[in-house]
Design a protein around this ligand. Structure first.
Ligand SMILES: Nc1nc2c(ncn2[C@@H]2O[C@H](COP(=O)(O)OP(=O)(O)O)[C@@H](O)[C@H]2O)c(=O)[nH]1
Ligand SMILES: [Mg+2]
Length: 380
């Protein structure tokens, strides 16, 4: 055998095994789909014949009898389950919670309303199981795909959204908004801390949160009309989608840690003012003393919150808290000097007072962020 052949077999990376023996978990998010769940289960049973699969509904407290219908279906079957969530809505988070509640190596998502062609699912599943793809997508736009009986306006909207999404996708995907796909569970698990979990486009969330592009394969299918019930996606969802894209764009330009550090700094300013006000009002202290105490308190506050949130993955504990606080005071002290220095320099060059002030503060804050990342919360 050629050496290359050995290497090839060794590098095929397949998803693992489920201790319960399922190959596939089908996640079905539901909200008021009472009339649709039984036909869906029937259709899945036909389409997936020969596979070991479980069907996992995630219902957000439907009041139309959906969970009761599911309970009837599940009465004599261990492979049908329902997770019920109270007082929460959200397609993405429902799907994520469903994926986390199974040990099957491959998870697939499908609408409850019959719009997705379940006959495609065995092929989506096979692509992922064989290691040919990390995620296999049932796509509404590929050459032979179709949008069925969608209204014209909705098709236009959906196309525009897809085009917009290409801005933040690392690899081109024709239908990144699809709600019909199969994915390796271990990939989802690795991405969990990065998912926004907000909104309704879980596939988009997964694709854009992966540092290395997921290997995606798309198969076209004809998007059918809803069987019963009504669509839950209204204008709120569009807004949500725009926020999600903006989120990802900002994240690409500004590291999330820097944004968080800035946010904590803004809170710290609030602490500073509160302490200053308190000192001046209560103890009748002079301004200089009050200001000094306020600075000390605000820096300690920033340290504590940054340690808890911004740098939670490098959190300092025990005696390191003390040395960390000491280095943070030093860093912020130098930052303040830089702040004053830059401000004075610009002001001396006849820049406006507020331009000088803002520039000083920006440089000082940036210094604080960089220096504390490298010193106080350095990687160990
Ligand atoms: N658990 C849960 N499911 C939802 C929610 N919103 C929609 N769904 C389900 O997600 C699937 C897609 O929603 P649908 O209204 O059909 O969206 P459309 O196909 O884009 O019109 C359906 O199975 C819905 O029942 C939600 O907030 N929570
Ligand atoms: Mg639908």
């Amino acid at each position: 055998m050629a050496p290359g052949a050995v290497l090839a077999t060794r590098t095929v990376d397949r998803p693992g095994l489920d201790p319960l023996g399922y190959d596939l978990a089908v996640i079905v998010p539901t909200f008021n789909e009472a009339a649709n769940v039984a036909p869906l289960v029937m259709a899945l049973d036909v389409a997936l014949m020969g596979l070991r699969y479980e069907i996992l509904f995630v219902d957000d407290w439907s009041r139309d009898g959906t969970p009761e219908r599911i309970a009837e279906l599940a009465a004599d079957r261990a492979d049908i389950r329902v997770i019920r969530r109270f007082d929460r809505r959200g397609l993405s988070s429902a799907v994520i919670e469903g994926m986390m509640a199974t040990m099957a190596p491959v998870v697939a998502v499908i609408d409850a309303d019959g719009q997705h062609d379940e006959r495609l699912m065995p092929r989506l599943f096979a692509l992922v199981r064989d290691g040919s793809a990390d995620v296999a997508i049932g796509s509404r736009y590929c050459s032979a795909g179709s949008t069925g009986e969608w209204s014209r306006a909705r098709v236009a909207c959906s196309r525009a959204a897809t085009r917009l999404s290409q801005l933040v996708l690392s690899a081109p995907v024709a239908d990144p908004m699809s709600g019909f796909f199969a994915i390796r569970r271990d990939r989802v698990e690795a991405l969990l801390p990065r998912l926004s979990g907000r909104g309704f486009k879980i596939l988009f969330d997964l694709l854009t949160s992966s540092p290395e592009p997921l290997r995606a394969v798309e198969l076209p299918f004809e998007f059918r009309a809803r069987t019963a019930g009504e669509s839950k996606l209204g204008t709120g969802v569009v807004l949500d989608y725009i926020v999600t894209i903006a989120d990802r764009l900002i994240e690409r330009v500004l590291p999330p840690r820097l944004v968080m550090f800035g946010g904590v700094g803004a809170l710290g300013l609030g602490v500073h003012l509160a302490v200053l006000r308190g000192m001046l009002g209560l103890s009748g202290a002079g301004f200089d003393e009050a200001q000094t105490v306020a600075v000390i308190a605000a820096i300690a506050f920033n340290f504590a919150i940054n340690n808890m949130i911004t740098f939670r993955d490098r959190r300092l504990k025990g005696w390191r808290l003390l040395t960390g606080l000491a280095t943070f005071y030093t860093v912020c002290g130098l930052g303040a000097l830089a702040n004053v220095g830059i401000g004075a320099l610009l002001f001396a060059e006849h820049h406006r007072w507020w331009v000088s002030g803002v520039a000083g503060a920006l440089v000082g804050s940036l210094w604080n962020f960089l220096a504390s990342t490298l010193v106080t919360w350095r990687k160990r």
